[in-house]
Every structure is written in C-alpha cells, then in structure tokens.
Design a protein around this ligand. Structure first.
Ligand code: IPD
Ligand code: CA
Ligand code: CA
Length: 295
C-alpha cells in the first residue's frame, strides 16, 4: 500500500519503481475527464495569481545550491494546489517539489506530481520562460499531463491515448525520420563541462553533429517544445519527478519516447538522467554518445 506522511520532503534514494505512460489503467473515464478539466481551471487560476503578483518584491531563498532558487510564489502555488486537491479528492496523493504534499514511496493509487513553478530561475530573473507542471498518475500509469505557460497563456495538455494539445490545437505526431545533423537539441552547458556523470568530450562531439542547440531553463517547457516539434529532443543530467511527470505523458502522446541515459524506463520516485525525443534519435544519442561517455 501507499504510505503517505504529510509535509515530508523528497527522499532521493528509494526502491526502484518503474513507471509507464502506456499500459492498461482502471481509472474511470468520467473521473479522468473531471480531473483534466478541473486541473486546467486551477492552473489558469494559479497563473492569474502569479501574474497579479509578478511585480511585487520577492523573497528569494536557495535550496540545494546557490543556483537552486525558491520563492514564496513557488510555495504559495504549491499550497494552492494541495488545498484544492485535498478538499476535492482527499484520497489522492500529492508529490510536490516544495514538500507541502505527501511523502510518496510508491505510485500506487492516484498521485499528483506537481512542480508549482518549473524554471524558478527564469521566473526570478526574467519573469517569463517558466511553467506550472502537473502529471496525474494512476497505479504508476501516466493519465494526464498539463504544462501551463501562464505568461503566454499557453496550455500543453494530454490524456493518455487521446493525443496532445497546445491550447485547443492537437499536436502532430513527431517526425520519426529526422537525422542527428538536422536536429535541434535542448541541453544545458553542464554536459559540455567536466562533470561526474559523462565524459564531456563525447558530448562535445554530439554538439558538433547536431544542427543546433537550445537551453530554455525549464524542463517542463523543454518537454512541451519537443512535443510541439519545435525542438527535436531534450537531454538533462538529473531531473526530479516533478520536472518530467507531465512532459513524459505529453511527449508520449505525439509518439515520442522518454528514458534514462541507459535507455531504461524512468523511475519517477527519484532523479534520473533524461532523454526525450523520437525513438530513432534516442537510439543514436544513447548508443553513440551517452553510453560511450558514461563514467
Ligand atoms: C529546474 C528547471 C531547469 C532544470 C533543473 C530543474 P526548477 O526546475 O527545470 O531547467 O535544468 O534541473 O531543477 O527548480 O526551476 O523547478
Ligand atoms: Ca522543476
Ligand atoms: Ca520548481
């Protein structure tokens, strides 16, 4: 059974539990539709709140390192969702970045995986290029993925098996035949500097192969842009469950794949190296670069 304790923070190393965005689920369709519509409304409401208070002075604190920022806005937005969810669905579990939800040690039951502001550094410095990200999982299967860029009023959404959308427009399936040298990949500078995970020289070779690279500073938006087809893939060294829970579902709905750096299923209870793109690019990037450079 799920064990949940209120107000505990994310514990890094846990028993491996593989998650899936595919498979058979027993979530009732009426409940799924209700959650989908309700959550979108809550996200729009939270977005209005963020925009209303955007120009007020912020208290910026740091978490794991001096560049890992958190503001009262991150906390207030997460509390907003926790209050709404606990009132409407007291039997559901919440896995939120800021720790106002439950302590999650398995994905049994219905679990909301929430990043109240993904791209906090952008939020603080730029007041744009951030998003609210919510993935709803049932028995480990991703049912609903929602990423809301409130500054542009753009909602990326998907329900498992029903396609992905940018606002009301259905996103086209990803092209499966794009070669590496025609690709734009999102990745940040860490891959190219000395690091403990992967030989930077191998990744420098990857950069030379591709057409171009981008770094948006919001994992959720980077997943959304892969789904939209405006970038061809996104790789990240160490992402938390809330960075990717919604994006994985949305990318899957346009025929994309998401895995760790070994090509294995992502473990949504801990941090993972992440690659999301079409299956052909995934195979090339993992086998010709990531595995070769692995430390
Ligand atoms: C961060 C962003 C960033 C990624 C970091 C994440 P946060 O999330 O998604 O793009 O590179 O690894 O932690 O802290 O802004 O929610
Ligand atoms: Ca995040
Ligand atoms: Ca965040």
């Amino acid at each position: 059974m799920v064990s949940c304790l209120v107000n505990s923070s994310f514990i890094l190393e846990r028993e491996l539990l593989k998650v899936s965005v595919k498979g058979e689920s027993t979530m009732k369709e009426s409940l799924r539709q209700e959650l989908y519509e309700m959550t979108k409304q809550w996200m729009i409401e939270a977005g209005r709140y963020i925009k209303k208070h955007l120009d007020e002075p912020l208290h910026v604190a740091t978490k794991s390192n001096p560049n890992d920022l958190v503001t009262e806005m991150d906390e207030n937005v997460e509390k907003f969702f926790v209050n709404k969810i606990k009132e409407a669905y007291p039997e559901h579990y919440i896995f939120g970045e800021e720790g106002y939800g439950d302590e999650i040690i398995s994905l049994e039951g219905i679990v909301w995986i929430i990043d109240p502001i993904d791209g906090t550094m952008n939020f603080v410095h730029q007041k744009r290029n951030f998003a609210i990200s919510i993935g709803i999982y049932h028995e480990g299967i991703g049912e609903i993925g929602l990423i809301y860029d409130c500054m542009n009023d753009t909602m990326y959404s998907a329900k498992r098996g029903e396609g992905a959308f940018k606002n009301d427009q259905q996103l086209a399936p990803l092209k499966q035949d794009i070669s590496l040298n025609e690709s734009i990949l999102a990745l940040n500078h860490r891959w190219l500097c000395k690091n403990s995970f992967i030989d930077e020289k191998v990744m420098q070779a990857l950069i030379k192969e591709i057409r171009g690279n981008r770094s948006y500073g919001s994992a959720a938006l980077e997943f959304a842009y892969v789904a939209e087809g405006i970038i061809d893939g996104y790789i990240a060294m160490r992402l938390a469950p809330w960075d990717i829970a919604a994006g994985m579902i949305i990318v899957n709905e346009v025929g994309g794949v998401t895995s760790n750096g070994n090509g294995e299923a992502v473990n949504l209870l801990t941090r993972n190296m992440i690659i999301t793109c079409n299956a052909v690019l995934q195979d090339t990037i993992i086998n010709d670069f990531m595995k070769k450079g692995k430390k």
